[in-house]
Design a protein around this ligand. Structure first.
Ligand code: SF4
Length: 189
C-alpha cells in the first residue's frame, strides 16, 4: 500500500470525524441524521426498517432504537405496508423535512465547492470509484440511483405521471422515482 493511499484514507477518516462532530450539536445523533438523510433519498421500496438496516450496516436492534427516537421527536412516521404485512413503510414528517434543511452535510458540500470549484465532479468520480470498490469488498448493497439500475426501463409505459418501469419489481416509476436510491439496485454497468 502506498503512502498516498494511506494519506487519502486518513483524510477521509478525518473528514468523517469533523462531520460527525458537527452532527453532535442539536437534538440528533449521527446515526439519526444518517437515517433522516436515507429516508429523504430512498424510493418507496426502500423506506422500511430492513432496508435502512442494510444501508446503515447496523443491527436490527440499533435501527429500531434509531427509529423510535426519530418518531418520538416527530421527524419520522410509520404506516402499515400494504404489500407486506410483516413490514412497515417509513416516511419523513414535515418536521423531518424541515430538520434536513439544516443538515450539517450541506455545510460540508459548501466547503467542498469553495475548496474544489470546477474540480468537484472529478472528486465525485474518484470517491465514487472508492465507494464501489468498498461495496464489492464488503459484499454490501449498492443503493445506487434508480435510473442507473439494470432493471430500469426508461419511457416504457406511455404514462405521463410514471413514464418509466422497473422490470424487477414490476412497478411504474415517475421521474422523481428515477432519481431515488433503492435497496434492490443492481448497476447497469
Ligand atoms: S429499477 Fe432497480 S433501482 Fe429502480 S426500483 Fe427497480 S430495482 Fe430499484
Amino acid at each position: 500500500m502506498s503512502d498516498d493511499a494511506l494519506a487519502v484514507a486518513n483524510l477521509l477518516e478525518r473528514i468523517g470525524q469533523l462531520v460527525r462532530s458537527d452532527e453532535q450539536v442539536g437534538d440528533l445523533y449521527p446515526a439519526q441524521w444518517a437515517a433522516l438523510r436515507y429516508l429523504s433519498r430512498a424510493n418507496r421500496f426502500s423506506r422500511n426498517p430492513m432496508a435502512l438496516t442494510r444501508y446503515l450496516g447496523t443491527t436490527r436492534g440499533t435501527t429500531s432504537q434509531t427509529l423510535i427516537a426519530l418518531e418520538r421527536k416527530g421527524y419520522v412516521s410509520r404506516t402499515a405496508n400494504p404489500r407486506d404485512k410483516r413490514s412497515v413503510d417509513l416516511d419523513l414528517t414535515k418536521q423531518g423535512h424541515a430538520k434536513l434543511r439544516g443538515d450539517p452535510v450541506a455545510r460540508v458540500a459548501g466547503v467542498i465547492e469553495d475548496a474544489l470549484g470546477r474540480e468537484t465532479p472529478v472528486a465525485r468520480d474518484h470517491l465514487s470509484r472508492i465507494l464501489h470498490h468498498l461495496i464489492d469488498l464488503n459484499n454490501a448493497r449498492m443503493f445506487g440511483l434508480c435510473h442507473t439500475c439494470r432493471h430500469f426501463r426508461r419511457d416504457a409505459t406511455g404514462s405521463k405521471a410514471s413514464p418509466h418501469r422497473c422490470s424487477l419489481l414490476e412497478a411504474d416509476l415517475s421521474d422523481e422515482d428515477s432519481e431515488k436510491i433503492c435497496v434492490e439496485h443492481e448497476s447497469a454497468t
